[in-house]
Design a protein around this ligand. Structure first.
Ligand code: G1P
Ligand code: ZN
Length: 542
């Protein structure tokens, strides 16, 4: 019943940090998904008879690839497949399921916050037994294998029923369909003070959550409405749709504008939040105040002890390099270590496994802790709710109080999407070549104190990751960071990250774009952006 079918190497570009992401029609090419999945299996050792978790964010083509992956796992010798009912598992829930059931690893089907549909994005990534994204040595092996592979193994078997919870067999392999929500919701109930949050809601606290027609809908309904009594209808867009209702399931101020407008209105709810396509990102908006992801990380770290899981304090904080330095000031005050890692969640895995850090985050709306090995949108929302319930004050007060104590770090990211790849690469390489000359010069009003290309030495496994982005430090504490996106699917995206530290509370009420205008100007001088790209303004400002 198992067959080995011919395929040809896919001769494609190297998958990025989040696995392989392409348009659906690319994945629909004959043998394309099979090729990649077989390359994953060929790059792993010792999984015979073991369990593999499979699930995705429900986007278009999810079910088809899950059927293929199950049949291939059977032919490759896995002993058990654990699949979320309907093919659904949010990325953090998949990470938890891998850990809880001590699986060998997992295959997660998602293109995160990218749009879904017949002409939109799809993705496949592999997570290892700790529940986290595969490290570079494995993703490199998968890529190398994909260039050589000439056959794949698949069971000659009809489709599996993904919609009924329970066990069945495919040859020797057990296929176990699990409820995708329960294990995850139970974990959240262990970490947080559900009784206190429930009391807060019972007392009239108003909450709005936008699931963006993506995977968190069923999780949010169970946790917020059923378990916490947050009120019927507090979860908006709660049904996962294959095309996310035609929207970008990206929880930022552009794509979650409706939620933002709602939170800025006179009669706004007390607290608002959203999550992305696969449930690992979060957007936090208090009544009349948007919280930047970098500030949210710092505030969660400073207040984590309000939640039962972190009541004894946190071991350390890790942030990706472009994330603002607001958390560094929290770590300093708490007397704990701060780790600065390259962009991408996989760099946090070792630090979490070794117990060096408890909380991690990225400026791109990712926050999480040692409870799983992925960033976790609903976790961040629940930690906020737990802090609000415990401190019994508003989100706005918590943020302003944080700035008062630690100073405010103004922060913004400007993205230039769809650039010509050659032009973008040249911009970066020219900049790399001129770093030494930049030191001591002045860009607009700011004198450059230091400039480098970020390189990371992993303190756990000793590996080095270089060329991770250009950092420019200005006199007075401002910082500019430039890097090219590794997750886009069309052209190149230049990300320009800017921050400026303001200790004086009298100056905390500025608009971030105003507060950062000198750094924005410096960025355009240093990059010669207009001259090189013809772009006068960024595509997205966050
Ligand atoms: C983006 C984010 C990064 C995140 C990644 C995966 O990567 O910037 O923080 O880890 O998506 O969600 P980028 O496109 O910048 O390479
Ligand atoms: Zn995501």
């Amino acid at each position: 019943m198992f067959q080995t079918l011919p395929t040809s190497p896919y001769k494609d570009q190297k998958p990025g940090t989040s696995g392989l992401r392409k348009k659906v029609p690319v994945f629909q090419q004959k043998n394309y998904a099979e090729n990649f999945i077989q390359s994953i299996f060929d790059s792993l050792e010792g999984f015979a008879g073991k369990s593999l978790v499979i699930g995705g964010d429900g986007r278009f083509y999810n079910r088809e690839v899950i059927q293929t992956a199950i049949k291939m796992a059977a032919a490759n010798g896995f002993g058990r497949i654990i699949v979320g009912q309907g093919g659904i598992l949010s990325t953090p829930a998949a990470s938890h399921v891998i850990r809880k059931y001590k699986a060998f690893g997992g295959i997660i089907l998602s293109a995160s916050h990218n749009p879904g549909g017949p002409k939109e994005d799809f993705g496949i990534k592999y997570n290892i037994g700790n529940g986290g994204p595969a490290p570079e040595r494995i993703t490199d092996a998968i890529f190398a294998r994909s260039l050589e592979i000439d056959s794949y193994k698949i069971a000659d078997h009809g489709d599996i029923n993904l919609d009924t919870v329970g066990e069945s067999k495919l040859g020797e392999m057990i296929v176990q369909i699990i409820d995708p929500v329960t294990d995850y919701a139970d974990l959240m109930e262990e970490l947080f003070d559900f009784a206190a949050i429930k009391d807060m809601f019972a007392g009239g606290f108003k909450f709005a959550f936008d699931a963006m027609s993506a995977v968190t809908g069923p999780y949010a309904l169970e946790i917020f409405e059923n378990r916490l009594g947050a009120g019927d209808g507090c979860v908006m867009n709660g049904t996962p749709l294959p095309d996310f209702g035609g929207h970008h399931p990206d929880p930022n101020l552009v794509h979650a504008k409706k939620l933002h407008d709602m939170m800025m209105a006179e009669d706004a709810p007390d607290f608002g939040a959203a999550s992305d396509g696969d449930g690992d990102r979060n957007l936090i908006i208090g009544k009349h105040i948007y919280v930047t992801p970098s500030d949210s990380l710092a505030i969660l770290a400073a207040n984590a002890h309000h939640a039962p899981a972190y009541k004894n304090g946190i071991a350390g904080i890790a942030r990706s390099m472009p994330t603002s330095m607001a958390s560094d000031r929290v770590a300093e005050k708490l007397g704990i270590q701060l780790y600065e890692t390259p962009t991408g969640w996989k760099f946090f895995g070792n630090l979490l496994d070794e117990g060096k850090v408890t909380i991690c985050g990225e400026e791109s709306a990712g926050t999480g802790s040692d409870h799983v090995r992925e960033k976790d949108g609903l976790w961040a929302v629940l930690l906020w709710l737990n802090i609000l319930a415990s401190r019994k004050t508003s989100a706005k007060d918590i943020v302003e109080d944080h700035w008062q104590t630690f100073g405010r770090t103004y922060y913004s990211r400007h993205d230039y999407e769809g650039l010509d790849t050659d032009i973008a690469n040249k911009l970066m390489s020219d900049l790399r070549g001129s770093l030494n000359d930049l030191k001591g010069t002045s860009a607009g009003v700011h004198k450059i104190e230091n400039a480098d290309d970020f390189s990371y030495l992993d303190p756990v496994d000793g590996s080095t990751s270089s060329n991770q982005g250009i950092r420019i430090f200005f006199e007075g504490g401002a910082r500019l960071v430039l890097r090219l996106s590794g997750t886009g699917t069309t052209g190149a995206t230049l990300r320009v990250y800017m921050e400026y530290f303001e200790p004086d509370a009298e100056q905390h009420g500025l608009d971030p774009q105003d507060a950062l205008k000198d750094v924005i100007k410096a960025a355009s001088i240093i990059t010669e952006l207009y001259k090189r790209t013809g772009r006068e303004a960024p595509t997205v400002i966050t």
